[in-house]
Design a protein around this ligand. Sequence first.
Ligand SMILES: NC(=O)c1ccc[n+]([C@@H]2O[C@H](COP(=O)([O-])OP(=O)(O)OC[C@H]3O[C@@H](n4cnc5c(N)ncnc54)[C@H](O)[C@@H]3O)[C@@H](O)[C@H]2O)c1
Length: 332
Amino acid sequence: MIITVRCELTKNFTSEETVHHNKISIIGTGSVGMACGINILFKGLSDEVAFVDVDEGKLKGETVDLQHGSSFMKMPNIFSSKDYLVSANSNPVIIIAGACPGKGQTCLDVVKRNVPFFKLMIPNITQYSPQCKMIVVSSPVDILTYVWLYLDTAHFCFFIGQRLGIHSRSCHGWIFGEHGDSSVPVWSGVNIAGIPLKDLNSEIGMDKDPEHWENVPKEVITCGYEMVKMKCHTNWAVGLSVVNLMESVLNYLRRVHPISTITKDLYGINEKVFLSVLCILREDGIANVLKINLTPEEAVCLKECRKALGNTEGDQGLKLFKATLMKLLMER
Ligand SMILES: NC(=O)c1ccc[n+]([C@@H]2O[C@H](COP(=O)([O-])OP(=O)(O)OC[C@H]3O[C@@H](n4cnc5c(N)ncnc54)[C@H](O)[C@@H]3O)[C@@H](O)[C@H]2O)c1
């Protein structure tokens, strides 16, 4: 037997084989994938993280760069490969690979480009992690049910906090409905330490509001586009919000999050529709939907929002994407 420094330094009491209990895989090491990865590593949410990407050079570069920072991480087991075998026995698997809308492109263009990616990715993921939950972050927007509205609410609280000089975590308020122009800011629920801002300014968020708080939700809608103009993509806030939701699931936290789920007979909307509402998130997903009191005006806005979503649902490209995704999931 060759005497090495390692044998001299330590005495083995158990087998050297590493046993991992909790592995997360990230498919796609672009800007959003790496933002999610770094958050998971810093929080120590799993005891192993595996990355998969088609671009081997980038994959290796990102992995080695992260591994070199291991001393500063709570959990340093980072692996990667182009081969999905590296993702075996993961739960959850986060899918962040795929095309982003380029300049002048619509969501539809991304749909058409992302369908072949999904056809390739989902069978590979499920082959090695048949029991996994999948969290989809890739565009198009209506598949991002667990992400978008949560991110909008985070932006909403941030902008409120900026105006008041208070940390956004101490600003409570929500965006309901959908991600986009018809999203609904629930001003009646906005409060700081239980003090409703509506009690201090009864016109808050309305057109005649002398303080123009109605600009806050407008900023929420436009800030993503502004960031894309400045840095060509967005990644940090979405990465943080994805990992925060995962924390609720993985750590059995039963926290309340504003996230999209399929709803029926809620807030006067009788049809089945994906809407962002307040949900209790637990280890196996959404446990309950919280029914809060909306003002009649907010309820009307939510119905308008449902109509806007209805228009999107009629979109042939989105129908094609959903049908393909559902077929792939059913084939698991
Ligand atoms: N939910 C949100 O808020 C949000 C925000 C930003 C971006 N996005 C979406 O997330 C996705 C990724 O965004 P990004 O900025 O990280 O993009 P990016 O271009 O930086 O990275 C995409 C990565 O996916 C990889 N990839 C492509 N096809 C693959 C495949 N078949 N298998 C494995 N890897 C593959 C690419 O090599 C690349 O590294 C896009 O669809 C984008 O629209 C969502």
